[in-house]
Design a protein around this ligand. Structure first.
Ligand code: 1CP
Length: 340
């Protein structure tokens, strides 16, 4: 039994004494202890070593008092599962030296080897669960197939992922083959996380909003739907679809328990589109760079705008590395002290 199960009860649409709170990318550079570990161990060392992954995942729970932990890993591990070399460079993010551009490169991708390549995920996830001592739930995750395709074809982060989009427009069949393989590998990876004890799953469709509404229906939604269907009977699923305000109604139909919103979406609009679905979000991460009283006031306005129940407090995207720790704490404390 999990002692603080506010997040899980909210995902089941039960009445709770207050709104649960956590941060996307909460295990990261704004924490001094994380920065210290970064000096000594490479990114994938931190991901694959059970003690390091556990220490990092637990940091925000201990230091900020958030209502959930998220597994320390990265969405790009699914590209590695498929056989693609990925590096994470300091300050640059993910780099793929040989981006996927043709059929030969897609044919050799091997989703059936996911369990073998990502075998470390079982002991690392179990180590995180053990370190949490059932204080709060553990969130497992993967990227959406579309968001993974963005990095695998572009080769790196981008403002518009134009090479990835161009590839999909020029070679729709190949894009479909690649998305199918990413989908299969993602389902296998999430099933491993479920086996190892995660309580909730979040799928990050961070770049869904770069697509037009009709392309979203072709390139992202069907694959998200497949993943949700494969796992939702085991644990509740949160879909974070950044920039996808136009797809809220369709996202509801996937069977996910909650949808994560970015800061450009008005809660009242999301309620209209997504109905009684649980909503997560959506303070602008940059607000946390402002003065503490501004953070507090904006957090209260956000809570009021979502109203009582069916809401998980979070930012509208990941917490920025330059966020002052004290302001992250103000956000958490404001949510925890607020009552309707
Ligand atoms: O949330 C957590 O605390 C758990 C760890 C986590 C998660 C959920 C990391 C660690 N990455 C992710 C997901 C992730 N990775 C996403 C989806 C969420 C989002 O949109 O922010 C994306 C798009 C990535 C890709 C990625 N990996 C980026 C973004 C690059 C870009 O295009 O802007 C970066 C910088 C990474 C590396 C990475 N992953 C995680 C961390 C802490 C870091 C930084 C490495 C470091 O400097 O220590």
């Amino acid at each position: 039994m999990i002692k603080n199960d506010l997040l899980i009860r909210t995902l089941r649409k039960e009445q709770t004494e207050r709104t649960p709170v956590w941060f996307m990318r909460q295990a990261g550079r704004y924490l001094a202890d994380y920065r210290a570990l970064r000096e000594k161990h490479s990114f994938f060392e931190r991901v694959r070593n059970p003690e390091l992954a556990a220490a990092i995942s637990v940091m925000p729970v201990k230091q900020l008092g958030v209502d959930a932990a998220i597994l320390f890993s990265d969405i790009l591990v699914v590209a590695q599962a498929l056989g693609v070399d990925v590096e994470i460079l300091e300050g640059k993010g993910p780099i793929i030296a040989e981006p996927i551009r043709n059929q030969k490169q897609i044919v050799v991708l091997h989703p059936e080897e996911t369990e073998e390549v990502l075998a470390y995920a079982i002991p690392t996830t179990r180590a995180v669960k053990d370190s949490l001592e059932n204080e709060v739930p553990l969130i497992g995750f993967c990227g959406s197939p579309w968001t993974l395709l963005c990095y695998m074809v572009e080769g790196k982060g981008s403002r518009d992922f134009s090479k990835a989009k161009q590839f999909c427009y020029q070679h729709p069949d190949l894009a479909g083959q690649l998305l199918d393989k990413i989908t299969e590998s993602s389902i296998r990876y999430l099933q491993m996380q479920i086996t190892a004890g995660v309580d909730v799953l979040q799928i990050f469709d961070s770049w869904g909003g770069l697509l037009s509404p009709s392309d979203y229906k072709k390139l992202s939604l069907p694959y998200l739907g497949k993943i949700v269907k494969a796992v939702e009977s085991f644990v509740p699923v949160i879909l974070f679809a950044k920039g996808c305000w136009y797809a809220l109604e369709a996202l509801k139909e996937t069977g996910a328990s909650a949808v994560g919103l970015d800061w450009t979406i008005q809660p009242a609009f999301a309620r209209m589109a997504a109905g009684e679905m649980v909503l997560q979000g959506n303070l602008d991460p940059v607000v946390l760079l402002g003065p503490a009283n501004y953070v507090e006031n904006e957090t209260i306005s956000m809570l009021r705008a979502f109203g009582k129940g069916n809401h998980i407090a979070n930012l509208g995207h990941g917490v920025l590395p330059e966020t002052p720790f004290e302001n992250a704490k103000v956000f958490v404390e404001t949510v925890k002290n607020f009552r309707f």
